[in-house]
Structure formats: C-alpha cells, structure tokens
Design a protein around this ligand. Structure first.
Ligand SMILES: Cc1ncc(COP(=O)(O)O)c(C=O)c1O
Length: 415
C-alpha cells in the first residue's frame, strides 16, 4: 500500500490532537467504528489497572456501582430512566437479543427494510427461520425526497401477520434519519413491537427514548459518544422487562440480587469479561462536552453542518444531485456516484478488493483517504458515505472530492 506523506494531506481540525488517529490518513469514516479520544482511553487504562490489581474486589464490589453510575449519565442523555437500560457490547448484539426475546411465532412476519445494517438483517433472518416466521423486506427509495416517503414505504408492507418491525434510527449505508417517531407510533398502535436500532443516534442527533416509547431501543456508545469499543446499550420498556433475558445466563440468573430487577441482574454480569468500555461512558461524555462550548447541542450542530458542507463539495465536484433532503441528515451523508455507461458497474464489481468496492482501496492506496464505498443490496448504485466528527476539517472533504473525480476518471479509462 502506497501512502502519501502527511505533508501532502489536508490538515484535520485542531481538535484532532485529542484523538490518536494516524496523521498519515485522511480519516472520513467515524461512522463505522467510532474513534475514542486519548483522554478517555487513559481513563479506561485506569479502570483496567483497578480490575487487574484486585480482580475479586473489582468484580464483586466495584463493578455494579460503576455500571450504575455510567447508566445514570447515559440515561440522562438518551431520555429514559436508568433502570430501563442495560449494557451490551454492541448494537448488533442489542438487536439480536431483542429479536430473540420478542414473541415471533410460526406464520408471523418480521418487517425490515433494505437499508438496515446487514448483521441485523442476518439476525432477523436466522431468528425468523428458527421460529417458522418470515422476514418481509421493504425496499426504501434512494435517492429519497422526504421522511414520509420512507415511512409510507414501510407502512405499506404491514399485514395482519406483522409481529415485529426493526427500524434504524439512522441507516448505515444511506445515512438517513428515518421518521422513527411516526413509525413507532403507527406500528405499535397496530400491536406490532418495534425495535429501534439507534446504532448511530446518541451523540449525532437528540434522542428521547421516553417520548419515542418503543418496546426496545439499542444503540452504540462507541460511535458518536466516542466511548471505547464495546460500549453499547439496550433499553427495554418496563412492561416488557419481565422474562426478557440475555442469550447467556450467569450465576445470578436464578438467585437474583436483592433490590435489583432481574433484567439488570441478568445483563450486568454475563461471565468474566472486560466491562471497562461501558464504565468509560461518563468520561467520554465529559471529554466530548469539554471540547466545544455549548456541549452536546453544539457538537451535534457542528458535525451536521460539516457533513452537509462536505456532501455539497463532493456532489458539486462530481456533478451529482444531493440524494436526500437536509432534514434527513446528521453527521453522516451518503452520495450516489455518477452512473457510467451500461455494463461498467458489472465490470467494476469483478475487480479484486479488500473492501466492498475497489474504489475504496484506490482512495486509500493513492490518496490515503479512509472512506467507505458500498451499495445497497439489489440496487445498481455505488455509494460513498462521509462522516464528520470534531477532528475533521472542511479541507478534507475538498480533498476527497478531487480524489474521487480523479479515480472515477481513471476507472473510465482503465476498466
Ligand atoms: C444501523 C447500524 N446498526 C448496527 C450497527 C452495528 O454496530 P456494531 O458493529 O457496533 O454492533 C451499525 C454499524 O455501523 C449500524 O450502522
């Protein structure tokens, strides 16, 4: 892999000094895995030191109160009661556990859409199959004109057999904020349980789970809250917590613990593991808030404005339309690459790649840009998704726009 020297890359924002990102890479993919500031990683090191210096005291005495403290801070941010939140390692697990616990019986339908994250669709397929149920996939339009267009498409696939609906708060491949408030209300009023996959939502947009009132809501803290990897949560509405269990049961599953719900007892300790990512959520919230005057509102607005400006630069340089209205976007934005002559996509798809599309390899190998290039299954489109976090600068998107123009021209002549 050939990497340009750091000097030839555009400067990230001055706040990038708070992260340990490789300065030889123009990093425009916060969305996939998040990135954790170095101060927060130091807090995690401290927790790990404590755990390893006296493991028994850590697991028996310190872990539960520390999880409670993290839960309280997080619940305030996402608008729910701490007792309704448990920690899970990631949103994929949150979705899988939710699907496993909801009533899905032979002949039932589980409603998803084609913009759902693939791992979550895979879990829906596997669980539905194991129950004799079927998965119904709504095709969402992209480009899209309005949030109502998405809601109407999903609601049009509801039948008498629909039992559960899985909806991303913000879609992964297309970066759309879906109208979950309207959808949760309309679906649940018809007796359909809704799981909201909010993987990207906390830290990117305002989240108020109590107002939304879904049966389940899961999200990552390692993406836009910048906690260490492995920090995520699952909310389960109080009336559905009884009998709601993790896939693996621990020592306390039968005995319980006085003063705590079985729901929390079950999820708070699932065997020996490194729980320190969740314990760092308060430090992550504090650290990010401390970087920008105005706290989370200011962070969310800053990142969204940067993503929209970056999208505009790329769309204008490539001469393509903006594929979604601004009110459906937060700190990530997906751009549809210009369509080539018929047959070229097929030829391009046959190229060897470390990723989904060899264009992504070329952007890294020739320009040191980390940005995903992918597509939605069944659609003949190539998509680039940009992310904007406090460490990014507008110059980085201008650099991407030029690199994309150059690589698309190269593809036309070479492939
Ligand atoms: C909508 C959505 N759901 C789930 C996930 C999976 O997140 P994780 O790998 O942390 O489980 C992602 C990851 O990007 C996502 O975008």
């Amino acid at each position: 892999m050939r990497m340009p020297t750091a000097r030839s890359l555009p400067e990230p924002s001055p706040l990038s000094s708070r992260w340990g990102l490789d300065p030889r890479v123009c990093f425009l993919n916060h969305g996939s895995y998040g990135a954790c500031p170095t101060d927060v990683l130091e807090v995690q090191t401290e927790w790990r030191r404590g755990m390893e210096s006296e493991p028994v005291r850590f697991f028996v005495e310190r872990l539960t109160p520390a999880l409670d403290a993290a839960r309280t801070d997080l619940a305030t941010l996402v608008g729910c009661e701490p007792c309704d939140l448990v920690f899970v390692p990631n949103a994929t697990t949150g979705v899988a556990v939710a699907l496993t616990n909801l009533r899905i019986e032979p002949g039932d339908e589980v409603l998803v859409n084609t913009h759902e994250y693939l791992a979550c669709q895979n879990n829906a397929d596997a669980i539905a199959r194991s129950r004799g149920a079927t998965v119904v996939r709504t095709e969402l339009p992209f480009p899209i004109r309005s949030a109502d267009e998405a809601a109407d498409a999903i609601l049009s696939r509801v039948t008498k057999k629909t039992r559960v609906c899985l909806i991303s708060h913000i879609t992964s491949p297309t970066a759309l904020i879906l109208p979950v408030d309207r959808l949760v209300g309309e679906l649940q009023s018809r007796g359909i349980d809704v799981i909201v996959d909010g993987a990207h939502a906390p830290g990117m947009i305002e989240v108020d789970i109590t107002a939304l009132d879904p049966v389940c809501y899961t999200a990552n803290c390692h993406k836009w809250l910048c906690a260490p990897k492995g920090a995520a949560f699952l909310y389960v509405r109080r009336d559905r917590q009884e009998g709601f269990r993790p896939m693996v049961l621990s020592n306390d599953a039968v005995l319980g613990r006085t003063g705590r719900s079985q729901f929390q007892v079950d999820f708070d300790y699932i065997g020996t593991n490194d729980y320190t990512a969740a314990l760092c959520i308060p430090a992550a919230l504090r650290t990010l808030r401390g970087m920008v005057e105005g706290g989370w509102d200011a962070i969310r607005a800053h990142n969204r404005n940067l993503a929209l400006a970056g999208r505009d630069l790329v769309c204008d340089r490539l001469g393509v339309e903006r594929p979604a209205p601004d009110d459906m976007l937060g700190a990530i934005a997906t751009i549809v690459l210009p369509a080539h002559e018929p047959g070229l996509h097929e030829r391009l798809a046959r190229r060897e790649t470390r990723n989904h599309d060899a264009l992504q390899d070329a952007l890294m190998d020739r320009h040191a840009i980390e940005v995903p290039v992918w597509s939605v299954a069944g659609r003949d489109q190539r998509l680039v998704r940009i992310s904007a976090q406090l460490y990014n600068s507008i110059e980085q998107y201008a650099y991407l726009a030029e690199a994309l123009a150059e690589e698309l021209e190269r593809e036309r002549s070479e492939v």
